[in-house]
Write a protein that binds this ligand. Structure first.
Ligand SMILES: CC(C)(COP(=O)(O)OP(=O)(O)OC[C@H]1O[C@@H](n2cnc3c(N)ncnc32)[C@H](O)[C@@H]1OP(=O)(O)O)[C@@H](O)C(=O)NCCC(=O)NCCS
Length: 175
């Protein structure tokens, strides 16, 4: 059995403590005209699941989504299938939390779970007024695999921050 998490909201936490899943049976109203699940529906569920993982890590208060990236859809999902989203924190900065989000689907008639998508959510913890970024607990990093995970996440964050600069520049350029 896992050791209970510390009540100390500043104590470092393992990635496994944030792991969370959410599942639904897809409905006709969620489909596009071709009968497959709308990508936007999956994005919304992915964001919600990633946010819950981030909140579990933070253990308090408010968070907001700063970016959803690398969301890749591998195969279509059909109406009536069960969709399961799994998220886990993969990196934290001073106030930011990255979660890996994976999406699976299976037919209810022939249940065989297949991976249909994967991406990352980047969340920022906010203060009690919901205005300013707020520091978050560190992510426990103990093994060589954790070190590799941290390095990969730092590289992704560099790319995201470059995209944020690009987005800001476009706003100035086109409006
Ligand atoms: C996210 C937000 C709170 C960041 O506020 P900010 O004043 O720009 O704060 P900072 O620049 O200090 O960023 C805070 C942290 O978030 C990270 N961050 C902010 N925007 C980011 C982005 N687009 N991609 C990756 N990381 C980002 C920063 O690197 C920093 O991380 P760190 O503290 O771990 O080093 C602000 O941009 C915001 O409110 N955005 C809108 C969020 C929203 O409404 N989301 C709902 C979807 S519409």
């Amino acid at each position: 059995m896992d050791a209970p998490l510390s009540d100390d909201l500043k104590a470092p936490r393992p990635a496994s403590a944030s792991r969370v899943s959410l599942s639904i049976i897809t409905q006709p109203g969620q489909a596009n005209p071709f009968g497959t699940l709308h990508g936007g529906v999956m994005l919304r569920m992915a964001d919600e699941c990633g946010a819950v993982a981030a909140l579990r890590h933070v253990g308090r208060g408010l968070i907001t989504t700063a970016a959803i990236d690398s969301m890749t859809f591998l195969s279509p999902v059909y109406v009536g299938e069960r969709v399961e989203i799994v998220a886990e924190v993969t990196h934290v900065g001073r106030t930011s939390i990255e979660a890996l989000i994976e999406i699976y689907a299976e037919s209810l008639v022939h249940p065989k779970r297949r991976k249909v998508g994967s991406g990352y959510g980047l969340y920022v913890a906010l203060d009690d007024e919901g205005k300013r970024p707020h520091p978050v607990p560190r992510l426990l990093s103990e093994t060589e695999a954790d070190r590799v995970r941290d390095e990969a996440a730092e590289a992704r964050q560099v790319v995201r921050l470059a995209r944020r600069e690009e987005a800001r520049a476009h706003r100035a350029e086109y409006l």
